[in-house]
Design a protein around this ligand. Sequence first.
Ligand code: SF4
Length: 497
Amino acid sequence: MSAKKKPSPTYQLLDSSFDGDDYPLDKPEEACGVFGVLAPEREVAKLAYFGLYALQHRGQESAGIATLENDIIHVHKDMGLVSQVFKEETLQKLTGTLAVGHTRYSTTGSSHKANAQPAVLTTRLGNLALAHNGNLVNTLELRQTLEQRGCNFNTTTDSEMIAVAIAQAVDQGKDWLEAAASAFQLCSGAYSLVIGTPEGLMGVRDPNGVRPLVIGTLDDNPRRYVLASETCALDIIGADYLRDVEPGELVWITEEGLSSFHWAKEPQRKLCVFEMIYFARPDSLMHDETLYSYRVRLGQQLARESCVKADLVMGVPDSGIPAAIGFSQVSGIPYGEGLIKNRYVGRTFIQPTQHMRESGIKMKLNPLKDVLNGKRVIMVDDSIVRGTTSRKIVKALRDAGAKEVHMRISSPPVTHPCFYGIDTDNQSQLIAARNSVADICEQIGVDSLAYLSWKGMLEVTGEDPNSFCSACFTGDYPISIPDDIKRSKLMLEQVNA
Ligand code: SF4
């Protein structure tokens, strides 16, 4: 780094080297992964463990499993990755006929052990374990309603409020299904739920089905079912994908098999399109194909919309790679790897030494100098959120000898925050909310920058464009957001104008 250059303290680490420590933090953070299984003759805790292991990308702050057998419940949850939270001995103690599992990234409620899930409560009909993916938008109102009814809370999560609402309805005399349906009438926002009870396992999606939830079958047995956020969690335990839980549907799985209830009056599918672009694993199925295939088509469409002369197309590992392959296929420009990711480096809390930073050690992404030297490079990524990582990657490519760097993004500019369970920061932190494409181009130091069009992104889904939420690209929120919540994140826009 030039001795003359005196960056502000905030950017000192960012500019001093490309250590990748905020990679992939400069991405929207997924909220949670949920898993449930009913299989009395199997070690259900182990099945849940491996299901959560496959869903680790959806949340790395805490993990938990609750198992139930009649009215006995066993729970283990803690901060950390799934592999850190559970040991063989812990799993052996989690006996039961059904299991509910959760892996968490906090979007409502701070990050500490008390907020880890599943939320567990005792009711008139026995114990309840609930795992939630998504975010309610009427948390304050719901809490007030429940407090007026005399309910207490142990945590600050919206997930516990849903569990309390169900427990309260049970205690008033309702059965599990009636209680759940009445509790959901109080909830507004995004929720995919897996709920364990002594009588059976429930899978639920909100009326818009914002977050995914799939059903699998186990052991070719018509009475053994699995619920999971994504199909990759079925694959790992050898379960077969049956179908999605529908928006506004409750599936009730007992020893008798699976039954379905449509409790919402006007369900309207609004699946989070960002699940397809980035969050969900590329090997997970949505709309009967892997997301890898969809992401390749995003790249193909991107090349149709904004190709440029170049020698090499590369993707930012790992999430930009399928789109880069698609871009190469349509543009005819050779695909190659220009950055190698160190797969064994997790999120580190130990800062590199100053000497390491200054000597430019690349901890997580390392450029391939001989591949990049003298080349005009098209670098494809799935999104830009704050832009800090993009700037560092571009600098690393140039330092490695790239002659030109053209950035292509396989989604439109992220201009609005998410209120439905994804952490996309406040609007003021979103680089595209504050800057034109030309300004971003200059700030991240590329020769050219182009985003995929909103129309192109939705067209290549092959589905009805109205069946997706794409509010972080448009500000058109499908579930209305109370003004106080809007104010907390929409810093740049007049709320309730
Ligand atoms: S606002 Fe964006 S991230 Fe949030 S649910 Fe909608 S598409 Fe997904």
